[in-house]
Design a protein around this ligand. Structure first.
Ligand code: BDR
Ligand code: CA
Length: 312
């Protein structure tokens, strides 16, 4: 099983990413860390703990991370995720306690105490915690197996014309993480916009018939309504679990090795992820981008995780 730390900002699709990581036998979830993004750090952390209760996660540490981006002011995605950051279902009171460490220290301790090359980092929110961690303990850059991030996109944006939310809310952090020496895979919105929760998908999730499956159904209902209203999508794209899916089985995606960078000074392109496809990637290129996803295989993983989680 792949050892991962999931760094997230739940968030409807983040919640499903937690569930997929927890429910997959191919993932060993070493911890869940939270970062400001879809809502404030207080809200997304509470949401993460509530999700843990819904799906019966009791033995995985949760650590709270950055309360603001490195340079920019806090900018939340209330239009997509609502006032709580996880609007729709009734959220239960959390029953597990937070780890006493800051997420940045949790990430450093976990990477440094595991064998080199065994721990992968899976950020599905802004890159603030990862950037702070690698600045505080630069040795993690060599020690991490790989970073698989949901964020950015090749030639497509959702928060401005060219840029995706997770990158644009903390572009300086994304710049640090993407330009580090660790191997990095970007799972961007050009690919996750294919991971749509259609009626057929909703029906296959409902057919699982458990509490967690109903919870996912309620998440998707709210997410679908806001995605229609705010971005004109007929079905909501469920971004974040795509990054987890790649760790479960890399054949779920086609990838291409390509030099990647982040725009920090553009007056209308702030936070754009720029993939340079002009020539074959040089041998020392550390970055790759997802190009396509096997959508039925992806949803099969979600249903499989729900079936394994059962009725906790
Ligand atoms: C990303 O932004 C957030 O709102 C989602 O949780 C996802 O991580 C998609 O742009
Ligand atoms: Ca997210």
């Amino acid at each position: 099983a792949e050892k991962i730390i999931l760094d997230c900002d739940p968030g409807h699709d983040d919640a499903i990413a937690i569930l997929l990581a927890h429910g997959s036998p191919n993932i060993e979830l070493l911890g869940v860390t939270t970062v400001v993004g879809n809502q404030t750090i207080e809200k997304v952390t509470r949401n993460a703990l509530a999700v843990a209760r819904v799906i019966g996660m009791t033995d995985v540490p949760f650590a709270r991370g950055a309360h603001r981006p490195l340079v920019r002011e806090v900018e939340v995605a209330e239009s997509i995720h609502g006032e709580s950051g996880l609007d729709g279902p009734v959220l239960p009171e959390p029953t597990i306690e937070l780890d006493s460490r800051h997420a940045v220290d949790f990430i450093i301790d976990t990477v440094m105490s595991n064998e080199p090359g065994t721990v992968s980092l899976v950020p599905t929110g802004a890159l603030t915690n990862l950037a702070l961690a690698v600045r505080k303990e630069p040795r993690i850059a060599q020690r991490v197996k790989q970073v698989v991030m949901m964020g950015g996109g090749v030639n497509v944006g959702n928060w401005n014309a060219t840029s995706e939310f997770n990158i644009v809310i903390d572009p300086e952090a994304a710049h640090i993480v993407i330009n580090e020496s660790w191997p990095l895979t970007m799972v961007g919105i050009d690919v996750t916009h294919d991971a749509l929760a259609t009626e057929e998908v909703a029906a296959s999730i409902a057919a699982v018939g458990t509490g967690p499956a109903r919870f996912v159904g309620e998440l998707l209902e709210f997410f679908g309504a806001t995605y229609l209203e705010a971005q004109g999508f007929e079905h909501p794209p469920v971004h974040d679990p795509c990054a987890v899916a790649y760790l479960i089985d890399p054949t779920v995606m086609e990838t291409a090795k390509v030099p990647l960078d982040v725009e920090l000074t553009g007056s209308i392109t702030l936070g754009m992820t720029v993939a340079d496809f002009r020539a074959p990637a040089p041998a020392d290129c550390t970055t790759q981008v997802a190009r396509s996803i096997d959508v039925p295989k992806f949803w099969g993983m979600i249903v499989d995780a729900l079936e394994r989680i059962g009725e906790p």
